[in-house]
Structure formats: structure tokens, C-alpha cells
Ligand binder design. Structure first.
Ligand code: GLU
Length: 294
């Protein structure tokens, strides 16, 4: 199957060094496979979207020499597709409405179970068997029992008991928006993505995405989750933790820093084009990608 990869930034601010690592890794993996590399702007979370950040991100990618294939897809144009997938799940009895507020969920699991590493709370299943007359706020997926296994090209075998560790997760949010987990699965399938290469902060979401793919009879892509960049306090770089935008005036320096973060030896390159060509060769060698003409 012909390789199709993607970079899927949320336009909540300019690219920082952490998001550049994900962009570079997915770009190199796609090019090393002789594949296509798509860009998708994940602009569903309206309150977090920053006006113009999408254009800034695209300009930064261009400055880094990270040229994408085809048109950029915006998730805000994809509501009908999410609705269709949601209806499929609902008709199969796999989705149910939920009346719980965050506070109620927190209270009901207090002292029972811990928090997820992300700080999210596992949903205890309160509304699985009905709303008891309360108004619906969100819709959740009825998560099947048992452990979900995925094989990650970087992390190896990853297993999660989604039902107990995450619980029935949200498909349609109380604020009227489609949840990331549903949108990403629908779009990856619609765009024919064969390989997801992204930051390890999303490794914990991958079993949820596999469950959705399986329920919607969509193919599982291959996954690779690369190390995330953290700040001096050990927090993931993000707009929330005050990460600085990458310096588009010095693209080679930014790419070289991202390359070292991916655990490669530095090398000399005259410019961005020469850097990306050599980095693609080295990436292909490390991951033993045979299709790449050596
Ligand atoms: N939009 C997500 C983010 O910026 C990435 C989604 C993905 O790669 O699956 O964190």
C-alpha cells in the first residue's frame, strides 16, 4: 500500500520546537518511504483556535522546507463526515448520551480510582444505563471490555484497558463540538493515512482511536510516537506552558535541534534543502526502510 502520512497541528498558536519535532519526524518518514505527506489543520476546538494561527503554521512549515502534498484539510469543514460516523455508532448501540458534569464525574470517582496521566478523569459509566431523567450533555462511546493492543514503531507493544483506565470516552462534547478522538479517526481514514507519526503525548489516545477504527470498520494505520520536548519543569512544550515560537528566520538551526531531539547525530548541511535530503537518507537507514533508493 502506498504510504500516506500527515501532520495535524491544532491552530492554537505558532509552531514551537515541540510541534516541529512531530512535523519533522512525520515528514521524514513519509519522504523516506517515497510517500505523500499531508497537512490537516485541527481547528475543531473553537475556544482554543487562534485567528490566523493556521496561516502562521503553514508559513513556518514552508520556511523549514517542509513542503506538503495536496490541499490542506480543515477539520471545521468536516462536520458532516463526523456526524455520519457518529450516526453509525449510535445506530449500532455503541454510543449513549451522558448527563454528567465534570464535577459529578470527579466526585463519583473520588477515592475510587486515580487520574489519568493527562489529568483527565476516567469516566465511571454513570449514564451507561440511562439518564435517569436528567438532560443529555454529551455523547460517549460504550467501550468494549478487555485490553486493547497496539504496536508502536517507536515504543513497541502498548496495551491499555480502555474501559477501566479511560472509561467510556466522549464523542460529542457538552459544548456542541465533535471530540478529537472521533474526528482524528474519521479524517485519517478519509485521507487514506497509512502511517501516523506524532508526539508521544498522544500514545495514550491511540488505543481509543484503535477501538473507534475497529468499530467503524476503518483500517488501523501504523503508529510511531516520537519523544516529546519538555521544558525545564518537565512539562510538555505547549502554548499553555509558554513555549516560544520557532524562529522562522533561522530554519536550519530549528531543524537541527529537532533532529537531535529525535536522537540522531548532528551533521553539517549547507541549507534546509540539503539538510532534509540527508536527514531523509539517515531516517531511512535507521528505520530500515527498504523502498528508499539508497
Ligand atoms: N492536533 C493534535 C495536536 O496538535 C495532533 C493530532 C494527531 O496528530 O493525531 O496535538
Amino acid at each position: 500500500m502506498a504510504y500516506v502520512g500527515r501532520f495535524a497541528p491544532s491552530p492554537t498558536g505558532p509552531l514551537h520546537q515541540g510541534s516541529l519535532v512531530a512535523a519533522l519526524a512525520s515528514y521524514l518518514d513519509a519522504r523516506a518511504h517515497g510517500g505523500r505527506w499531508l497537512v490537516r489543520i485541527e481547528d475543531l476546538d473553537a475556544p482554543r483556535v487562534v485567528e490566523g494561527a493556521d496561516r502562521t503554521i503553514l508559513q513556518q512549515l514552508q520556511a523549514m522546507g517542509l513542503a506538503w502534498d495536496g490541499d490542506v484539510l480543515y477539520q471545521s469543514s468536516r462536520h458532516a463526515a463526523y456526524r455520519e460516523a457518529f450516526d453509525t455508532l449510535r445506530q449500532a448501540g455503541a454510543a449513549y448520551p451522558c448527563a454528567c458534569t465534570r464535577k459529578e464525574i470527579a466526585d463519583s470517582i473520588l477515592n475510587l480510582r486515580g487520574r489519568l496521566p493527562s489529568g483527565e478523569l476516567p469516566y465511571p459509566g454513570t449514564c451507561r444505563n440511562g439518564l435517569n431523567g436528567r438532560p443529555a450533555r454529551a455523547w460517549r462511546l460504550r467501550v468494549p471490555q478487555g485490553r486493547t493492543r497496539i504496536v508502536d514503531r517507536w515504543a513497541g507493544l502498548v496495551e491499555q484497558d480502555v474501559e477501566s483506565e479511560v472509561g467510556d470516552f466522549v464523542l460529542f462534547r457538552a459544548d456542541g463540538m465533535w471530540a478529537y478522538q472521533l474526528a482524528v479517526v474519521v479524517d485519517d481514514a478519509a485521507q487514506g493515512i497509512t502511517d501516523v507519526v506524532r508526539g508521544a503525548d498522544l500514545l495514550g489516545s491511540t488505543p481509543r482511536q484503535k477501538i473507534l477504527q475497529d468499530m467503524l470498520q476503518l483500517p488501523n494505520p501504523r503508529w510511531m510516537h516520537v519523544p516529546i520536548v519538555v521544558n525545564a519543569e518537565g512539562q510538555k512544550l505547549s502554548k499553555q506552558t509558554g513555549a516560544a515560537a520557532i524562529d522562522a528566520a533561522r530554519p536550519l538551526a530549528a531543524l537541527e535541534a529537532a533532529w537531535r531531539h529525535l536522537q540522531f547525530e548532528p551533521f553539517q548541511a549547507a541549507d534546509v534543502t540539503a539538510f532534509l535530503a540527508e536527514a531523509t537518507r539517515r531516517w531511512a537507514r535507521r528505520w530500515q526502510i527498504e523502498k528508499f533508493p539508497a
